[in-house]
Design a protein around this ligand. Structure first.
Ligand code: SF4
Length: 392
């Protein structure tokens, strides 16, 4: 297998949360205070052994970004988090890797404290992604998420006075009963506290979650697409007015504060995922990719064909407001000028004013982004005729 890795990002998955939100279908284990020692040891061992093996195999000399996600990495306790940070630092040192880039950790407002900040700074973590979701207690209860407005305001005040790095807030739009004033308040508070990035997500109801069951039993209201669209549109306007520029379908940043780690996903750059449930994607010389994942004791592996990889490039690249360039994806198995393969769809959307071409890049206009799913479907239908599977 001819791996084609010049640059690499690291994703570390910590599959523990204080408790489980009603809408969540991620792999995370609720620990209600402190995770079980045995489980944590097993996770840390997996991260260390897998990291050591793969970083050596890939002859990695430079990491572009590191992202610790989950789950809720901040919830495992300061002593254990320090162990994890020191495992990551040890891997980097042992393999002789240079790293000066963006280093992000996800955190819950409940866990933000001066001691956490001191710990993160001592390991050169320079970006926090705070799972705020809402500043309204009623909204939080409607989606079965613990925590409170008071906790979040306290966390933001600690960050504002003590944290020297960058930080982002996660927000959910479309919660039944949510008011546009709720969004206004979050954006205002983000400005006051110095947040430089916002991620605004739609509340989606995943099958098998407690929230889906409660909705089926009539105990909770189901979110409505129209409410989401109205609130999201309002959020886009409010965030942009406050100086957060939309650079991806659901991401907004102050100038220069885009998430470099996430941009690398959207640009299909290689990343190594460590820990249970973490996915890795490493490009192959033919334009395809190797994807694997360790999860709950299983090891899954698949080879993506150049056509599958090109499809992913469309699905992630067209999420970006700046659009996508053909040079983003190349390899011996990828045809020259691959966008010709979706030429009919491109012309159609361009004629309707929904797609632009500028400086070698192609992207959807703001109006076009509202129709992203439809556009991608049209691309895939066309691609099935212009690039039949047996050519991939
Ligand atoms: S904090 Fe995040 S990962 Fe944990 S249960 Fe809630 S939504 Fe899921």
């Amino acid at each position: 297998m001819n791996l084609f890795v010049h640059d690499l990002s690291l994703y570390i998955h910590v599959p523990f949360c204080f408790d489980k939100c009603d809408y969540c279908d991620f792999f995370s284990i609720p620990h209600h205070g402190r995770p079980d020692n045995r489980l944590l040891d097993r996770e840390f061992h997996l991260i260390e052994s897998m990291g050591s093996r793969w970083l050596r195999l890939l002859q990695c000399r430079n990491l572009e970004t590191i992202y610790i996600g989950g789950g809720t990495p901040s919830s495992i306790g300061l002593d254990r988090l320090e162990r994890l940070l020191s495992i990551i630092a040890g891997l980097i040192k042992k393999e002789g890797i240079a790293f000066e880039g963006e280093y992000t950790i996800e955190a819950n407002p409940r866990d933000i404290s001066p001691d956490l900040i001191t710990l993160l700074e001592s390991y050169k973590v320079n970006r926090l992604s705070l799972g705020l979701q809402s500043l309204n207690d009623q909204d939080l209860r409607a989606i079965g998420r613990s925590g409170s407005r008071a906790q979040s305001l306290n966390a933001l005040s600690v960050l504002s006075s003590r944290w020297k790095g960058r930080f982002s807030l996660d927000i959910i739009a479309g919660i039944p009963g949510q008011k546009s004033e709720s969004i206004d308040e979050i954006v205002e508070t983000a400005v006051e506290s110095g947040a430089d990035h916002l991620s605004i997500y739609q509340l989606t109801i995943e099958e098998g979650t407690p929230l889906a069951r409660k909705i089926a039993q009539g105990l909770r209201r189901a979110p409505q697409d129209e409410d989401y669209l109205r609130l999201f549109k309002h959020a886009v306007e409010t965030a942009e007015k406050a100086g957060f520029k939309r650079y991806e379908v659901s991401a907004f940043a102050r100038k220069g504060c885009e998430s470099r780690h996430n941009l690398r996903y959207w640009y299909l750059r290689p990343y190594l995922g460590l820990g249970s449930g973490a996915v890795s994607t490493l490009p192959l010389a033919d334009g395809g990719a190797l994807r694997f994942c360790t999860g709950k004791g299983r090891y899954m592996k698949e080879i993506l064909s150049p056509k599958q990889r090109f499809t992913e490039a469309l699905m992630t690249g067209f999420r970006l407001v700046a659009g996508v360039a053909e040079s983003m994806i190349s390899g011996t198995g990828i045809p020259d000028h691959p966008f010709r393969l979706i030429g009919k769809t491109i012309t159609d959307y361009q004629n309707r004013g929904l797609l632009f071409m500028r400086n070698g890049r192609m992207g959807l206009t703001h109006q076009g982004l509202d129709l992203l799913d439809r556009f991608l479907l049209d691309c895939l239908v066309e691609l099935d005729t212009t690039w039949p599977e047996n050519r991939s």
